[in-house]
Design a protein around this ligand. Structure first.
Ligand code: ADP
Ligand code: GLC
Length: 515
């Protein structure tokens, strides 16, 4: 028996020998290198948690134009990767592989193919998607497969994420069924609304044979080439990022026209709630914030609030509730409900001591941007809006705000509310997907509640929840225990990483049984 293939873990005080897995984790974003949203955080923190459990994990991701491998001291030890673009072996592109490491030995491997990725922007630029995304991410899917096949150690799991990697399971099963017989292919859906849909003409870039050009394979019922649908169909196992969302995506309402396929595959579909990396998102170690603090030193939070008010040009008002929003400015995030709700609530404010202040950090849709700027102009002492992507400001809002508002229309998991709790910033969330799974309402659970939850995404319901939060904030004897409870809720990856691990293992058992 080759013992190097096993790890010893301690589960509930019992020592268990488990297989040391080798996992290739394909993701179009990885924090802190490239990020547009939560996928990047998960692509760094889940592999780290798996590595902490003893597994070999390599994250495979594009080298985008803003990343300079020399400046970042990446190494180039691996042989260039040959990536066929047509059929099994034709039209090879040679890509350079660069490496660096995250904590706990997680290797990050960047694939350099400048024609596809050597430009500013991940998926597009200035609100416009790149026109060659079908070509770029067909390449990426194929590259993940070639990398997995050529890895120095035999790979047990090829874990793909979102539509950008959707074709990888297709290539693996079509071209290399034998080689992949022992490799579990997994696809995690972080957001079903983004499917990577392209025109039939774009099919040429996949390099797949004509026999694939029908709705049963890589096309969907609307006749679009659909990367995510392809992945859902061909991956051995599918996960999504909360149990609530796993149920929702099997319904017509939230299934984005793929609910029937997802229901057919429900036996292979599981919802696993994302975790947080508390080495990055915790006020006792956060290097971006003015003063570090924890449950024992909550005064520190007040200083972060004053710092945030100062930086955002708002009056320094220690007792006025401060509401934070950190969000992509898209329809998903309910910004269209946030803006009029805040406008109404602030218009009703009678005295200086009433109401709240609002800080919004967001990037996206121009219409929302304009409306937020207008809101700021109309309520200069109450509203501050920062447009753009700013990692430091995201941390400062988590630390300085009292309340974090997340009125998402739907939310596969949501990380900002999870992070907020750790900072004692009480979340106000719409009861959907991962938000409903991670926040419990104070009214329903007076002893265990960690936030405020509203059921319908309407201005009235959201306003009601915000008002309840502000009223609770004004009574420190009620508020303090709520903050402390939220801070003590543990969303570290441990439990969820264990669940991924058992799915990987189950995949391996299935393969052994099939042999
Ligand atoms: P989603 O992935 O749908 O955008 P999540 O809540 O899962 O939502 O993750 C959002 C992540 O992106 C968090 O890490 C949050 O701090 C970050 N984020 C969102 N908008 C910005 C922004 N404008 N600047 C910096 N970070 C942002
Ligand atoms: C997606 C979802 C978000 C989730 C994130 C990480 O972007 O919109 O809810 O937290 O992926 O899984």
């Amino acid at each position: 028996m080759d013992l190097s293939r096993y790890i010893i873990t301690q589960d509930a005080s019992e020592l268990v020998a488990e297989k040391r897995l080798t996992i290739v984790f394909g993701s179009a974003e990885v924090a802190p290198f490239s990020k547009t949203g939560g996928l990047a955080d998960v692509a760094a923190s889940l592999p780290t948690a798996l590595a902490q459990r003893g597994h070999n994990v390599v994250v495979f991701t594009p080298l985008y134009g803003h990343l300079d491998p020399h400046q970042m001291r990446m190494s180039r030890r691996l042989k260039p990767l040959e990536v066929p673009r047509q059929a099994k072996t034709q039209d090879k592109v040679e890509a350079t592989l660069w490496e660096t490491r995250l904590s706990h030995g997680v290797q990050v491997c960047f694939v350099q193919a400048d024609d596809y990725f050597g430009r500013e922007g991940l998926y597009g630029y200035d609100d416009q998607s790149f026109e060659d995304n079908a070509d770029r991410f067909s390449f990426f899917g194929r590259a993940i497969v070639e990398f997995t096949r050529r890895h120095a150690l035999p790979v047990d799991v090829m874990h793909c994420n979102d539509w950008h990697t959707g074709l990888a399971p297709v290539y693996a099963s079509h071209y290399y069924a034998d080689e992949f017989a022992d490799i579990t292919t997994m696809l995690t859906i972080h957001n079903l609304a983004y499917q990577g849909k392209f025109t039939p003409d774009d099919f040429q870039f996949t390099g797949l044979p004509k026999s694939f050009a029908d709705t049963s394979k890589v096309f969907d019922a609307n006749g679009d080439l659909n990367f995510l649908k392809s992945g859902i169909q061909y991956a051995d196992r599918i996960t999504t990022v909360s149990p609530g969302y796993a149920d929702e995506i099997q319904t017509a309402e939230r299934g984005e026209a793929l609910h029937e396929l997802l229901s057919e595959r429900s036996g292979d579909l599981e919802g696993i709630t994302n975790g947080a990396d508390y080495n990055v998102w915790s006020p006792d170690v956060d290097r971006h914030i003015e003063v570090q603090y924890d449950v024992e030193s909550l005064n520190g939070k007040r200083r972060n609030k004053a710092d945030l008010q100062h930086r955002m040009g708002l009056p320094i008002r220690p007792t006025l509730p401060m509401v934070g929003v950190i969000s992509r400015l898209t329809e998903q995030k309910g910004i269209d409900v946030l803006i009029p709700t805040v406008r109404t609530l602030l218009s009703d404010v009678k005295s200086d001591r009433d109401g709240f202040q609002l800080v919004v950090l967001g990037e996206g849709n121009k219409e929302y941007r304009d409306q937020l700027q207008q809101l700021q102009q109309d309520f200069p002492n109450r509203v501050a809006f920062h447009h753009g992507h700013s990692e430091p400001l995201a941390h400062r809002i988590q630390a300085g705000a009292d309340i974090l508002a997340v009125p998402s229309r739907y939310e596969p998991c949501g990380l900002t509310q999870i992070y907020a709790m750790r900072y004692g910033t009480v979340p106000v969330v719409h009861a959907t997907g991962g938000l409903a799974d991670t926040v419990s309402d104070l009214r329903d659970d007076p002893d265990t509640g960690t936030g405020f939850v509203f059921n319908e995404l309407t201005e009235d319901a959201f306003a009601g929840a915000l008002e309840r939060a502000c009223a609770a904030y004004r009574n420190y004897r009620r508020w303090r225990p709520l903050m402390v409870r939220a801070m003590n809720r543990d969303f570290s990856w441990d439990e969820s990483a264990r669940r991924y691990e058992s799915l990987y293992m189950a995949g391996i058992r299935d393969e052994m049984a099939a042999e």
